[in-house]
Design a protein around this ligand. Structure first.
Ligand code: MN3
Length: 199
């Protein structure tokens, strides 16, 4: 049921903002490893045929002996599948989600500032997110591969700020990576997720 899919575009499609080698290692090595470890952890348990999103949405059901493996590797598996989908070049900021962002944050520029700040201030490894929380847009950070679904928040947009996501091209310059990320947000997909999440 849970499936490790090929990257939905070429490894070099997001150049020059994210380089081919980073995409190749990120998808083929890191993402694959999360998937393999996640499926190994749930193999032979009653979770085996459950969707990863469903599993991450209720951590209380997890047996203690596989709990951390599922949080870390199930999270890593789901987050990267999500991350590939919300990136695409040349998609304008538009749709209902754009209106909602303008209404919530005041302007696109203010949203960009707040989201960037969240991405830059994750200490160590983690993610910054735009989520829908009880119908309200919210910017949050998560550590490691902790998932917004586990705290009942619906992911709309994410940036991976683990060093493996940018170090080959940007080295320690996370700010430059974050700035460039705004060139590759797939607002069509984010809008689709927004409409789905608000129901
Ligand atoms: Mn990553």
């Amino acid at each position: 049921m849970n499936e490790f899919k090929p990257l939905p575009y070429g490894y070099n499609t997001l150049e020059p903002f994210i380089d081919e080698q980073t995409m190749k290692i990120h998808h083929d090595k890191h993402h694959q490893a999360y998937f393999d470890k996640f499926t190994a952890a749930i193999s032979g348990t009653e979770l085996e045929n459950k969707d990863v999103k469903e599993i991450l949405s209720d951590l209380s059901q997890l047996p203690e002996d596989i709990k951390m493996a599922v949080i870390n590797n199930g999270g890593g598996f789901y987050h990267h599948s999500f991350f590939w989908e919300i990136m695409k070049k040349d998609v304008p900021f538009s749709g209902e989600v754009a209106e909602a962002i303008n209404a919530k944050f005041g302007s696109f520029e203010k949203f960009k500032e707040d989201f960037s700040k969240a991405a830059l201030t994750v200490f160590g490894s983690g993610w910054a997110w735009l989520v829908l929380n009880d119908g309200e847009l919210e910017i949050i950070q998560t550590k490691n591969q902790d998932c917004p679904l586990s705290i009942s928040k619906k992911p709309l947009l994410a940036i991976d700020v683990w060093e493996h996501a940018y170090y080959l091209k940007y080295q320690n310059k996370r700010a430059e990576y974050v700035e460039n990320f705004f060139n590759i947000i797939n607002w069509e997909k984010v809008n689709e997720l927004f409409l789905e999440a608000k129901g």
